[in-house]
Design a binder for this molecule. Structure first.
Ligand code: BTN
Length: 239
């Protein structure tokens, strides 16, 4: 890896996206982010220096990383690494949020850039935010976010946590090419709400349904109003 550690930056994902000439496998860590970004245009609280905020740039061998699988590989890697270091039994909320007992512990923002001429993927940025030693959250997040420290009463060496995530990630990224079925099976083991009633947006309208399965592509199968729907992206929740 080519490692950069920044004191403070708006967003490590944006930083990598906007800088030219970076090498494959550049890793950017920030002690704090002032404009941490989440999925679906949301923000990600990353002003507490106890958190671990980093992004990994991939520009080589991209064809092997089907972006849908890369996101899944990343979620599973963060889940497995955090479970190992903390001993907590963690779950994945589709697509890639890591949860402990109803509260969010980590989030992932995968972004790609496309080659204009050919429409192929020219870079992949995997952005990972983990509430490691975070001691408090802004009021509005108190009921929905948590940290490893808050759940276990211990503090963690963030470098060690990052190392563990990265070693899982390299292994799981290889699986996206060599054995995606095994990757999806491991992911599905930790998936929240399987068989339960969920709410979601479908064609921009809120709907309810039963979460039936994860497809071979990593999409969700939901039974709703007598038909089977496939969700490709977005967000699900329970009431
Ligand atoms: C989400 O919760 O929707 C995803 C959150 C992703 C946060 C990480 S922190 C490092 C990287 N830089 C960002 O701006 N976002 C990601």
């Amino acid at each position: 890896y080519h490692v950069e550690v920044l004191e403070e930056v708006p967003s490590t994902n944006t930083y990598l996206k906007e800088s030219d000439g970076k090498k494959n496998n550049t890793l950017v860590f920030a002690k704090k982010q002032t404009k941490g970004r989440g999925r679906l245009g949301r923000s990600f609280f990353s002003e507490d220096p106890g958190g671990l905020y980093f992004s990994l740039l991939k520009i080589e061998d991209l064809l092997q990383y089907n972006p849908a699988y890369a996101t899944i590989a990343c979620a599973l890697s963060v889940r497995d690494a955090l479970s190992e270091v903390s001993g907590l039994s963690l779950s994945i909320k589709w697509v890639n949020d890591i949860y402990y007992e109803g509260k969010k512990l980590a989030g992932i923002l995968t972004e790609g850039t496309l080659e204009m001429e050919t429409g192929t993927l020219s870079s992949l940025i995997l952005g990972i935010g983990i509430n490691v030693n975070t001691g408090s959250f802004p009021r509005e997040l108190e009921d929905i976010a948590t940290s490893l420290f808050m759940e276990t009463g211990r503090t963690y060496v963030r470098q060690e946590v990052a190392k563990s995530v990265l070693s899982h990630l390299e292994k799981n990224l290889l699986l996206t090419k060599e054995n995606p079925d095994a990757l999806l099976a491991s992911y599905k083991k930790h998936l929240l709400y399987l068989g339960e009633e969920i709410t979601f947006l479908y064609e921009k309208k809120p709907r309810m349904g039963i979460l039936k399965d994860l497809t071979a592509e990593g999409h969700l199968l939901v039974e709703s109003e007598g038909s089977l729907l496939t969700l490709h992206s977005g967000e699900i929740s329970i009431r």
